[in-house]
Design a protein around this ligand. Structure first.
Ligand SMILES: C[S@@+](CC[C@H](N)C(=O)[O-])C[C@H]1O[C@@H](n2cnc3c(N)ncnc32)[C@H](O)[C@@H]1O
Length: 448
């Protein structure tokens, strides 16, 4: 699709970039570059149907290429579609396993799921999204990727200020922006663009950054990223932010071929901005992006934690224990808590989260029904075949039927009722076995 850049946009960037602007406009007219990531949280995670012949140099798990949203690799959370430039953000954040990490603007979850894959189910990842509908999509992506250590919340950054001051070791602000860097991927976005819109975005980002500053621990790391070229939303915003908060220090980011320095002349001549990073599609094989990494000087002090308990009763726990004994090889479940009739393996018991709108705290194991426990798909997507007593590998035909919501007949006998269903070696659902039939328990919302 042709991208109709306005005269106002072209004049602005001609003024900023001179003759190079023609190269940028030409690059915006070319096709965007697609890519995908593997998910190291999964068993045998490199075993996917897509070619891994074009790895992305700066990402441990990224590859150029297209994926199909209906493929088993996608449904079972083995792959995540993400454009190449965006992949570098989580690598720059570089979360450490034992840290408390906040992704403040997280939906639909490309960066959150990348962060979680680096954290390898250790530490705490808080994934926040202000928009409720988008927060639900975020939560479903966290589920699909089999993430256990994330709390998904639906709050404004301001809501967090009360209680979470100085709480996080690392914060990512992947800010809502004017999206200029995504015009060629999403040409319709051009129609929302205006000079005023850029100003509005810059103003909103300023408030989000100020909240992030409060939430960050002394000694903590803040990464700010946008997918726009606009200096107002990038260098200018950052230079004003570090001016308002002299404790914040811009630190260097490793640059790979095609990545460029941030431009001090676009940010009140703050020379530290050369440490920030820009990706322009005329020089770099990806969409337009800006990334800046900062640390909050000072020595870290740990926030005191008060914990809550929402434990199931002994009887309720006995239903879960019975399920585990019958169907799983490993009995080591801990940190169980209850929300309404649902049982979770908590990512946190910190009472601060009680005040927030929490969509998911850790891994949803399943639901308490009358005198029994029924497992949820989230749990299956976080299990490995060795964790299960019985796994049934479906044929092409059985898989298609099951995804469609039908029960399927099988030749094997299974001694237990709840079995893992796998296709091409990838677990994707529970199945309820009885008498050579697998009853369909695939969630209605996921059926194809
Ligand atoms: C660039 S997107 C985030 C993309 C996400 N990090 C990912 O990689 O999938 C920015 C997000 O910020 C959210 N947002 C909008 N206004 C906001 C505000 N005032 N405070 C915090 N987030 C906001 C948007 O709903 C949007 O989901």
């Amino acid at each position: 699709m042709r991208v109709n850049l306005s005269d106002e946009f072209k004049t602005k960037y001609h003024g900023l970039l001179g003759d190079r602007s023609e190269k940028l406009f030409a690059a915006i007219e070319t096709n965007s570059q697609s890519a995908f990531r593997l998910n190291p949280l999964k068993n045998d995670y490199k075993n996917v149907q897509y070619s891994l012949e074009q790895p992305i140099e700066y990402s441990k798990v990224g590859y150029f290429g297209d994926i199909d949203g209906n493929s088993i690799d996608h449904l079972s959370g083995y792959v995540y579609s993400q454009e190449p430039s965006a992949m570098y953000v989580a690598e720059v954040v570089d979360p450490q396993a034992d840290e408390k990490v906040l992704d403040l603007c997280a939906a639909p979850g490309s960066k959150t799921t990348y962060l979680a894959s680096i954290m390898d189910s250790q530490g705490l990842l808080v994934s926040n999204e202000i928009n409720n509908k988008r927060a639900r999509i975020l939560s479903s992506n966290v589920e699909r990727m089999g993430i256990k250590n994330a709390v998904v919340i639906n709050n404004s950054p301001k809501d967090l200020e009360d209680g979470f001051e100085g709480y996080f070791d690392r914060i990512l602000v992947d800010a809502p922006c004017s999206g200029e860097g995504m015009f060629r991927k999403d040409p319709e976005a051009v129609q929302y663009w205006s000079l005023e819109y850029v100003e509005q975005c810059a103003n909103r980002q300023k408030h989000i950054l100020d909240s992030a500053f409060k939430l960050l621990k002394d000694g903590g790391t803040l990464v700010y990223s946008t997918c726009t070229f606009a200096p107002e939303e990038n260098e200018e915003n950052i230079s004003e932010f570090v001016e308002r908060h002299p404790e914040m220090e811009i630190v260097p980011i490793k640059k790979y071929p095609g990545m460029e320095d941030g431009r001090p002349q676009w940010g009140h001549n703050n020379q530290d901005l050369t440490k920030a990073l820009r990706m322009f599609p005329d020089q770099f094989n990806g969409e337009g992006h800006f990334i800046c990494k900062m640390i909050k000087t000072g020595s870290a002090s740990s926030a005191k934690v008060r914990t809550f308990k929402n434990q199931p009763t002994k009887v309720e726990m006995s239903y879960l224990d019975k399920f585990v004994k019958q169907n799983l090889t490993n009995n080591s479940l801990s940190e169980i808590f209850k929300v309404k009739d649902d049982l979770y393996q908590a990512a946190t018991f910190d009472t601060r989260f009680k005040k927030l709108h929490v969509l998911r705290n850790g891994l949803k194991l399943g639901e308490l029904k009358k005198n029994r426990f029924e497992p949820s798909i989230s749990w299956m997507l976080a299990l490995k075949p060795d964790d299960l007593n019985s796994v049934c590998e479906l044929t092409d035909d059985q898989f298609a039927k099951y995804l469609h919501g039908e029960s399927v007949m099988v030749d094997q006998d299974f001694s237990n009722k709840w079995i893992g269903l796998s296709y091409q070696g990838k677990l994707f659902s529970w199945g309820r076995y009885s008498n050579k039939q697998i009853k369909n328990v695939y969630p209605k919302g996921l059926r194809k």
